[in-house]
Ligand binder design. Structure first.
Ligand code: FES
Length: 347
């Protein structure tokens, strides 16, 4: 798991004026909207005694911790401590990390890290799937996010997921082409779905149909964890966010010419065994993610989740640092909660 990326933390429709807790990268975050509708991401860990801000409520543009009522503004600074006598200033140390937040095409992204804007990998380039035919959902996997992306990013698996009937045999691919950029990758091919057998009259009459070739089906990977799928007129955007090193939540948006409410959900559920238990396929998208993660590790952005599990959990809280830690020198001594440990690559 890597900091210093724009992580898609929730579909926009889930974020409102009631604080929403999101777990990602072994950390808790609180997402909400201010009175003008802007989305915001803060660390969920109250700096006072570790309460969850997401259990609280909003007052104006501030999120209120439910335990002792401290109020935090969008920049993470506490602006009111109810127990303080009138005129007593709020100390500088009363602050939580506030992450740059951008909303794009139906997703709320938080920049979870502290590097300057010029050094940040770009926001995922995702299409807007907001038509009347768009459907959304989520699924939790007992598998690392790299594994989920390698499986779902495989073009044959993608064709299985997006095809109308969720055929049981793998599609045949031809004219396969792969592209790579610094923080992304793509694979394109023509797809021939297996023959489809339809049965009527209790199975007495069956008919074999061959679907026409689907040209230029594709899967794109946008670091750190978004896949964009196209199969004919069907398109999908999926965000595969690591809850921790072994659990992943895939939030998906799919747009089909004739929407099927449970189609994508059923297709993903049918892939559970394959995604959770079979070895990672030799896919172009899986290889690209490995390359990107190696580059991120060389930058020192790899969170040491093993060390956190072994030595920090229930002992010492650590958080992903926000840009203000580097950008505002006068706050250098103001951060009570220490940064997550990182590790250099072991290759
Ligand atoms: S724990 Fe949040 S105000 Fe006390």
């Amino acid at each position: 798991m890597f900091m210093n990326f724009w992580w898609p933390l929730a579909a926009s429709a889930r974020v409102g004026q009631k604080p929403l807790r999101v777990t990602a990268l072994q950390q808790e975050f609180v997402l909400y909207r201010t009175t003008n509708g802007a989305a915001q991401v803060l660390s969920d860990l109250c700096v006072h005694r570790g309460g969850a801000l997401s259990d609280g409520w909003m007052t104006g543009d501030c999120v209120v911790c439910p335990y002792h009522g401290w109020e935090f503004a969008t920049d993470g600074a506490c602006v009111r401590i109810p127990a303080n006598a009138q005129g007593v200033p709020v100390p500088k140390k009363a602050r939580v990390d506030s992450y740059p937040t951008v909303e794009k095409n139906g997703w709320v992204f938080g920049f979870l890290g502290d590097v300057a804007s010029a050094e940040r990998p770009p926001l995922a380039d995702i299409p807007a799937l907001d038509g009347a035919n768009a459907r959304r959902g989520s699924i939790t996997w007992n598998a690392p996010y790299e594994h989920v992306i390698a499986q779902i990013g495989d073009l044959q698996n993608s064709a299985f997921l997006l095809s109308d009937e969720f055929v049981d045999l793998p599609a045949a691919l031809s004219d396969e082409r792969a592209t790579n950029t610094e923080w992304g990758a793509g694979v394109t091919a023509n797809v021939n779905l297996p023959k489809r057998i339809t049965r009527r009259l209790g199975g007495l009459v069956s008919r074999e149909e061959t679907a026409p070739e689907i040209r230029n089906a594709s899967v794109l990977l946008c670091a750190p964890c978004v896949t964009v799928h196209t199969l004919g007129q069907t398109r999908a955007v999926m965000a595969h966010v690591p809850v921790n090193a072994t659990t992943t939540i895939t939030e998906w948006l799919i747009e089909q010419p004739i929407p099927k409410a449970d189609g994508a959900a059923n297709g993903l559920e049918k892939m559970r065994r394959q995604i959770e238990t079979t070895p990672v396929p030799d896919s172009a998208i899986g290889a690209a993610l490995k390359r990107i993660n190696q580059a991120a590790a060389k930058h020192g952005w790899s969170i040491d989740s093993e060390l956190i599990s072994a030595e920090y959990t229930n002992v010492k809280a650590v958080v992903i640092p926000s840009p203000a830690r580097r950008e505002v020198p006068e706050l250098a001594a103001a951060w009570v909660l220490k940064k997550v440990p990182t590790r250099l690559p072991d290759f």
